[in-house]
Write a protein of this length. Structure first.
Length: 334
């Protein structure tokens, strides 16, 4: 069976279409069925500058041809036939296009009546959260959107970002900092450890997943906050009882250096900036966002829409290429 990877353009006024066209200009070897999802007009707005023409075969909204061979295809969501690109500009129409495109991706990835989906993986280009909201899609971003459509909910997934040397999972994603302590629960930590451990094994890596403390110095045995003693250590002990290789909790100001040096294949951080500050310091522009816990593979670039860079052909391609490579690697049969 031909494997199918979906490539969403995200906000079609952002960097997604430009990065897609620049990648196509490199004349990549395509060994699977790749389906670009989004308004064709947004690709055409960049195709002339990159000299690619239209190397894709357009297919109708909804169903992939059963007999499609490996190659490059484009499927435009219903409702976007009259989309007018405004490269480099924020607009509610860009948010609507991003939302409709992501909805179509979910339709193709998720099967019905016990049947498997028509695609096995999706790589997403960046969208604008404010634009998504203005268009009526009430989600903080890709991760929460996909989790709800997949039926696993926000607590069923784990946000993970990775680069060549650091791999970081997050217990919490985008809540205000004042809400983090109450959201760091033993059950959520354990769920993220299970998912991260499975992901590490899928990559063929070994060693324990390191767990950050929540407080400075990992709480110093309860003298600087008690979340480590009360919540984090019990979750680690339960993970170990299940046979998972887990270590910690460690102070967050030192554990990332140890992971960078190869002692740990991944780190579980308690909140967004605790984990992604170190990762983006060393892997800015080349990291990949992976959503663990979905019934399909999802990777994404680690940057935003970059409106100020659109049309200049200077945006770094590193994260786009890394996300594409990782999606291929994680797909069933990859």
């Amino acid at each position: 069976m031909t494997r199918t990877l979906l490539l969403t353009l995200g906000d079609p006024n952002g960097l997604g279409p430009e990065l897609m066209c620049r990648w196509l200009a490199s004349k990549p070897h395509i060994s699977e069925r790749l389906v670009i999802l989004g308004p064709e007009s947004s690709l055409a707005a960049h195709a002339g500058r990159t000299g690619i023409g239209a190397p894709w075969t357009r297919i109708p909204h909804g169903a992939l041809p059963e007999d499609a061979q490996p190659g490059l295809f484009l499927m435009e969501p219903d409702g976007l036939q009259d989309f007018t690109p405004r490269p480099g500009e924020f607009s509610a129409s860009g948010g609507l296009a991003a939302g409709l495109t992501l909805s179509l991706a979910c339709d193709l990835l998720l099967g019905e009546n016990g049947q498997p989906g028509q695609a096995q993986a999706v790589m997403t280009c960046p969208l604008n959260k404010a634009g998504l909201h203005e268009a009526g899609f009430d989600f903080p971003g890709h991760t929460e959107f996909l989790a709800e459509r997949a039926g696993v909910g926000p607590d069923g997934v784990c946000m993970h970002l990775c680069g060549p040397k650091l791999r970081v999972s997050l217990v919490t994603t985008h809540p205000p900092l004042r809400q983090v302590p109450e959201l760091v629960t033993a059950s959520k930590i354990l769920h993220c450890l299970r998912l991260t451990s499975g992901y590490v094994r899928a990559l063929g890596l070994s060693g324990p997943v390191a767990v950050c403390g929540l407080n400075p110095h990992a709480g110093e045995s309860g003298r600087i906050g008690d979340e480590e003693v009360r919540v984090i250590v019990p979750a680690i002990e339960q993970a170990r009882s299940e046979g998972l290789a887990v270590a910690g909790p460690f102070p967050a100001d030192t554990v990332f250096r140890r992971a960078y040096d190869g002692e740990f294949p991944a780190v579980l951080a308690m909140y967004h900036d605790q984990g992604l500050g170190p990762l983006k310091l060393v892997h800015f522009g080349e990291a990949v966002n992976v959503t663990l816990g979905l019934p399909f593979v999802r990777t994404s670039v680690d940057h935003g829409t970059g409106y100020d860079l659109v049309g200049r052909d200077t945006a770094d391609m590193g994260s786009f290429l890394a996300a594409l490579e990782l999606a291929h690697r994680l797909m069933p049969g990859g």
